[in-house]
Structures are given as C-alpha cells and as structure tokens.
Design a binder for this molecule. Structure first.
Ligand code: SF4
Length: 255
C-alpha cells in the first residue's frame, strides 16, 4: 500500500509504530558537527514531503526503503557499541517526523543512555509536538519567510506547517538552533532580513546562516551561480545584533 505523506494528508494522525518499522536511509557512526558540543551518531530517516532545489540528500526524499537499507535492530546494536564513544544520537533526514516509528526509536535510543537530537524542517507539526518532550536539542531548518516557503519547498501550505512547528519548539523551551541555507537566487538581502526579524520576534535565541554548498545538490543553476560577496557584511552585522547567538557558516575558501 502506498501512503500519501504530503502535508495535505499528514502522517501526524497515524498511530505510533514500533521502532522496528523505522525506515532508515543511512547511519553516520561518528560526527562532531551534528549536535552542538557533543560527539554524536546520526540516523537518517528515509522520506521527505518537500523538494527543495538545494537539497543535499535527494536520495532521502522518497519514502521507499532501499534494498540494502539497515534495519532498526542492527542500528540499535551499532549504537550500543558506540556507548562511551559518542554522547548523543541525532535523528535527521529527509524529514524524520515523517515516520510514525520515530517516537519509539527515540525511546529505544534514550534507554541506551544517549542524549537525543533531531534535525527537522517542521513539515509535520503535530508529530513534532509529540516528539519535542523526548528531545534534548533540535536543529530547525527555516527555508524562507513563512509566506514564501512554497517557492523553495514546492509544497503548497508548507510555510504554515513550518510556522506552527517553530512556535511549538519555542513554546517547549527546548535548546535549539534555527538555521537557514541561503542562496542569492532564492533569498535576497531583504528576504533574509525580514525572516531574521520575524524569528527574533518569535523568540529564537540561536540562529545560523549557512551559505549554500554545491555538494550533493542536483540543481545546475544553483550550483553554477556566482555567489561572490554574498550574503554581504552589512547584512551579517545586522543579523549578529538580532540574536543572543548568531553563526555564519561559510565553507568557501578565503571567506
Ligand atoms: S526539507 Fe530537507 S530533506 Fe526535504 S527536500 Fe528540503 S532540504 Fe531536502
């Protein structure tokens, strides 16, 4: 049976499933960059309802499980062996809240003694609300001003879902990083500034701008664009003043 997991037919309503049913697209056994200040392992959940042109993991967009995908039991065994070597496990994607087995997988992982993080874009706010009390930290991707999401995600209504998710995160008080991947073809300075002001007004304390990287991106137009001088020092200075903590991530040489 195929399941429509678009925001217009969200999986939020479906009952929780056993962790054994989690659809896993891959695992990173060790990383120092996916949970702030801690060494972590990352479990990539298969599936995302959105189709951002700059996606670095387009192979994770489909919900179809690949024939050689690891099963939860083998991943849990791997995590057991990582105890003492990593401090946290991060569920990423794709969009991890697409999967009705996420809550059970988190509970399994917590029982092994790890801190728990999630990377999410907020496509499924009701499931995210159920997941939030189980987390120690969340990295939340903000695509654009909430009224301009569709142009990036390709999904009507996605900005409303993201805004509801952002509000739930901030109401929960959980440690967070909100972050936006920016590209001059998708975000001009006014967009970025408007978005940042809206997030600061909502109560975001920790915000990061991530300058577009070509790795894994299949969009030739985005990959070939000249982004020299972007996002610009004046914009960065204004954003620095808006948040208690602000980070600019830019992997270009010499920047
Ligand atoms: S929300 Fe994330 S995983 Fe989904 S298409 Fe966009 S960048 Fe890719």
């Amino acid at each position: 049976m195929s399941v429509n997991t678009s925001p217009n037919n969200p999986p939020d309503c479906r009952a929780e499933e056993s962790a054994d049913l989690l659809r896993i697209g891959g695992v990173t056994a060790f990383t120092a960059t996916d949970y702030p200040g801690l060494l972590s392992a990352v479990v990539f959940v298969q599936g995302c309802p959105w189709r951002c042109g700059y996606c670095h993991n387009p192979h994770l967009q489909s919900r179809a499980r690949s024939y050689n995908a690891p099963h939860w039991r083998s991943v849990r065994d791997l995590l057991k062996r990582r105890a003492g070597l990593v401090d946290a496990v991060v569920f990423s994607g794709g969009e991890p809240t697409i999967d009705p087995a996420l809550e059970a997988a988190i509970d399994d992982t917590r029982a092994l003694g790890f801190k728990i993080g999630v990377h999410s874009g907020g496509a499924y706010p009701r499931r995210l609300q159920r997941v939030l009390p189980r987390l120690d930290w969340i990295g939340f991707d903000v695509k654009a001003p909430f009224d301009a999401y569709d142009a990036i995600t390709g999904m009507p209504g996605s900005g409303r879902h993201a805004r509801d998710s952002a509000a739930a995160i901030l109401a929960s008080g959980i440690e967070h990083e909100f972050r936006t991947t920016i590209h001059p073809h998708l975000h001009d300075a006014q967009d970025v500034l408007a978005m940042a002001h809206a997030l600061a007004a909502m109560g975001v304390k920790n915000y990061a701008l991530q300058v577009f990287r070509t790795e894994g991106c299949a969009d030739a137009g985005l990959n070939s664009a000249d982004i020299t001088g972007y996002p610009g020092r004046d914009l960065v200075r204004q954003l620095t003043d808006l948040f208690p903590s602000f980070t600019l991530r830019d992997t270009r040489a010499g920047v």
